[in-house]
Design a protein around this ligand. Structure first.
Ligand SMILES: O=C(O)CCC(=O)C(=O)O
Length: 279
């Protein structure tokens, strides 16, 4: 079902994928080894007043990997050495992305779609409970932020429902800064585009329900996943570089992650094989 009453630039479809696709996606997800990245690194230490910390959740990227310690893709200035070439989409996901690109071209105003736009990047977020000092703590949320990749962003959700909001500014004093809220359901597709939803407002996940009690995704030590979200984005090809083209100090920062990814990913295994004598 499409929600046709949404403001310009927003699109929502539920269900978007069918049961068989969902099942296959979950099977594939269980083969991944998501990373629990640290926010900073040796060559990118915490600025004054901040401290080294792990991200709130494990993640996996396809197309290119935007390591947190490389500071993510942030045009116009933060574009060099932010995006490391990663695995391509597996066939099932490629077919889903083709469908999403078709929907975007049909539903999104043309002037919201930059030249060359395609969904060549995917961040997979794992939301759930984290084991901290012997207690399970609900860490299933994301604070206000923007996705700086140009053009429409598409988001597909699996598992427990998430309460998603667009907000003005970064204030967290109650609800007065909320511009638009919606629940993102299991197997749904959300698309947001245009100046209002991409540039003017921030977005966040306020909370994720805890109802389905379904085992989702791969085993992650000290973590129980209850929602998995894919956000598909566009990074111009010129800004995506293979590992071997990165400066030595950045290669050193991300080398432990590349090694971990190499345990389960052929793409990263090949990088490890080629470079291990240098580290
Ligand atoms: O999980 C979601 O629905 C949103 C994820 C998100 O905001 C992001 O990956 O930038």
């Amino acid at each position: 079902m499409k929600d046709t009453n949404l403001p310009l630039g927003l699109h929502y479809q539920f269900p978007f994928i069918n049961r068989a696709e969902r099942e296959k996606l979950l099977q594939w997800l269980s083969t991944l080894e998501p990373l629990w990245e640290m926010r900073f690194s040796k060559s990118n230490p915490p600025p004054e007043g901040d401290e080294q910390r792990p991200l709130l959740r494990p993640v996996y990227w396809l197309g290119n990997w935007q390591f947190a310690c490389l500071d993510y893709y942030h045009p116009p200035k933060g574009v060099d050495f932010r995006c490391v070439t990663a695995e391509t989409y597996p066939p099932l996901l490629r077919a889903i992305v083709d469908r999403i690109e078709f929907i975007v071209k049909k539903r999104v105003p043309k002037n919201f779609i930059p030249d060359g736009w395609k969904l060549n990047t995917c961040l997979i977020n794992f939301y759930g409970n984290k084991l901290e000092n012997g207690k399970w703590v609900d860490r299933a949320r994301v604070g206000e932020h923007k996705d700086f990749e140009p053009g429409p962003v598409a988001s597909m959700s699996l598992g427990d429902r998430a309460f998603f909001q667009f907000v003005n500014g970064k204030s967290t004093l109650g609800d007065e800064n909320v511009v638009f809220s919606q629940w993102l359901e299991d197997s749904s597709l959300q698309i947001f585009s245009g100046d209002k939803w991409k540039n003017k407002t921030f977005h966040r996940v306020q909370r994720v329900e805890d109802r389905r009690k379904e085992k989702l995704g791969p085993e992650i030590s000290g973590f129980q996943t209850r929602r998995i979200n894919f956000t598909f984005r566009y990074v111009p090809d010129k800004d995506i570089k293979p590992f071997h083209q990165f400066p030595r100090e950045l290669q050193e920062d991300i080398w432990p992650y590349v090694q971990t990814l190499g345990n389960h990913s052929k793409h990263f295994q090949a990088i490890v094989k080629k470079h291990q004598s240098q580290f």
